[in-house]
Design a binder for this molecule. Structure first.
Ligand code: PEP
Length: 245
């Protein structure tokens, strides 16, 4: 199975910059080796769809509403995300948990509604520095898995992806540095086993957190790392082309 590499552009780019970067991806990336997914902000989704059409680059959103329709001002429906051509949606990212106060109940609801609307959720979990320092990483991850995956039914390994992103390793957080490859691999093994117990199905688990051109290949070589979720380093065509090569 190919590895999957997801670019999370966050809210870092203007619409114009998003279009330039998307065209740069199409021109410069190796589109055969791995599955590549780009998650721009909502406003850019419709504009990027024609650029990626007939390429191997898939589109994803960075979040979606907890319902497909309704009186929810400001929310964006998974139904509309899907009809714009997106296949994936990142859910439960640590920035949304922190700044938008999203909790596990809401994230669980979003995962369910994304699946109902034929999107593949990329469910993010990860311990913060406090849990790491207290030696409670696995306990915390298990709790996030149990709450986020509660009551879910998936049919195949392709229906849902988990992204392990230790919050302290995300490049925009103070003092961030990547986890060691061997530690990531060991934790990803744990996540895979626990997720399989909960879902009764295998799932793919990606690593995210300060992935750069110089460390991506080492992460991808690990047995339990099925791919990468990349923030900062996905904003430069040159860096991302090394990561995806
Ligand atoms: C992220 O926030 O999803 C992420 C992986 O960021 P970075 O690669 O910049 O650490």
């Amino acid at each position: 199975m190919k590895k999957i590499i997801i670019a999370n552009w966050k809210m870092q780019l203007s619409l114009k910059e998003s279009l330039v970067l998307a065209r740069g991806y199409v021109k410069k990336l190796n589109l055969q080796k791995n599955e590549i997914v780009v998650c721009p902000d909502y406003a850019a989704l419709a504009f990027l769809a024609p650029i990626f059409k007939n390429t191997n680059i898939a589109l994803g959103a960075q979040d979606c509403a907890f319902s497909a329709k309704g009186a929810y001002t400001g929310e964006v429906s998974p139904l509309n995300i899907q009809s714009l051509g997106a296949k994936y949606v990142i859910l439960g990212h640590s920035e949304r948990r922190e700044y938008l106060k999203e909790d596990s109940v809401l994230i669980n609801q979003k995962i369910k509604v994304a699946l109902e609307n034929k999107l593949v959720p990329v469910f993010c979990i990860g311990e913060r520095l406090a849990e790491k320092r207290a030696g409670k990483t696995k306990e915390y991850l298990l709790q996030e898995l149990r709450q986020g995956l509660k009551g879910l039914k998936i049919k195949t390994v392709n229906d849902l992806i988990i992204a392990y992103e230790p919050v302290w390793a995300i490049s925009t957080n103070k003092g961030a540095k990547p986890i060691s490859c061997s530690e990531a691999d060991e934790i990803q093994k744990f996540i895979k086993e626990q997720a399989q117990k909960i879902l009764q199905k295998k799932v793919r688990v990606l690593y995210g957190g300060s992935v750069k051109a110089e460390n991506a290949a080492d992460f991808l070589a690990q047995a339990h790392i099925d791919g990468l979720l990349v923030g900062g380093a996905s904003l430069q065509v040159k860096d991302f082309s090394i990561i995806t090569n």
